[in-house]
Design a protein around this ligand. Sequence first.
Ligand SMILES: NC(=O)c1ccc[n+]([C@@H]2O[C@H](COP(=O)([O-])OP(=O)(O)OC[C@H]3O[C@@H](n4cnc5c(N)ncnc54)[C@H](OP(=O)(O)O)[C@@H]3O)[C@@H](O)[C@H]2O)c1
Length: 380
Amino acid sequence: MSDGKNATGLELRSLIRKSGELELSLATVSVPEPGPDQVVVKVAATPINPSDLGLLLGPADMSTAKAAGRGAEIVVTAKVPAASLPFLAARLDQSMPVGNEGAGTVIAAGTSEAAQALKGKTVSMIGGAMYAQYRLIKASDCQELPAGTTATEGASWFVNPLTALGMTETMKREGHKALVHTAAASNLGQMLNKICLEDGIGLVNIVRSAAQAKTLRDIGARHVVDSTASSFTDDLTQALVDTGATIAFDAIGGGKLASQILAAMEMAANKTAAGYSRYGSTVHKQVYIYGALNTGPTELVRSYGMAWSVGGWLLTPFLQKIGRADQQRLRQRVVSNLKTTFASHYTRVVSLPEALQLDAIAAYAKRATGEKFLIDPSKG
Ligand SMILES: NC(=O)c1ccc[n+]([C@@H]2O[C@H](COP(=O)([O-])OP(=O)(O)OC[C@H]3O[C@@H](n4cnc5c(N)ncnc54)[C@H](OP(=O)(O)O)[C@@H]3O)[C@@H](O)[C@H]2O)c1
């Protein structure tokens, strides 16, 4: 198995049946020999992020979840509401591998120079199907880690770091000078604070508790507003005046917050406007919804003129848009700062079977501040 030949390994699968049932299980899959440009990686660390939960759990009602079997034989089932099934047509009855990113050791390599160069190296990877003991992958989808960087330190190298960098890049490319971020004490939000401090960019953090505000202030955040405070609208407007932020990245999506941000941006624009405009301010106000922490409807109460837009933002199309050279620049910044700016912290490290235990699912499905899980598929 050390050279990857004739290896078999466990791979976590998520299946939603047409009958409306989610099934999570561990499949035993064989690991093919790598083609010329491919390598086989023994996966040692792969995070469970909110972006993985969409594929892993889908819209299943996890209060109905049941587990049967032990160890690698564990199978979890839960009901999926019938109303969600039409939106899932493209995945129904397909057993899908899960896990966007991860890291491990290259145990077999194809004949190409790029693949051979990675043999025995610790690499980070992107490309899905990381909740597995072995991952066959193109050498170009691997990033060699600097000497002294572990797989655990390199596991969350792509999704959150590049999204945080993508936010400040988008801000600059679209002509804004500062930005707003919601659910701002998240793992990603903490990275964004460090980036903005390093780059001298104004950042308004919106959190929903005093504890989250403290977490951010402790890492140097200058503008933190609590959406549960009675002074929220005034605090937010003042922070927008102070920073000049006219673009926001909203991880929550559902509810009124996106609209409250646009309204506060309009009030901030009016405070600094030279004169009155009956059609609202001419300053363009942008909210990008980039997460779905609240899956309810987005409610817009249009009190902010006509110079605004609300849209979606996703990492992959952003990376395609900026092209290979800029992607490389951003990746290099992440890899050089994995132990500092882009460090992730985990509350629990679990094996593949442990990741399917009901108490573990209940914990990571909460998407709570500072409660990130890491899977070590080589464990147990
Ligand atoms: N669009 C993209 O390309 C892209 C890429 C990467 C990440 N993302 C998104 O980025 C977000 C952050 O990811 P992460 O890994 O950094 O998250 P994380 O560390 O797991 O933190 C999640 C945060 O969201 C808060 N939260 C959860 N539910 C909430 C709700 N209904 N209203 C307000 N706050 C809520 C939590 O606070 P409490 O402790 O108060 O619950 C916590 O601070 C996720 O939404 C993820 O989907 C999007």
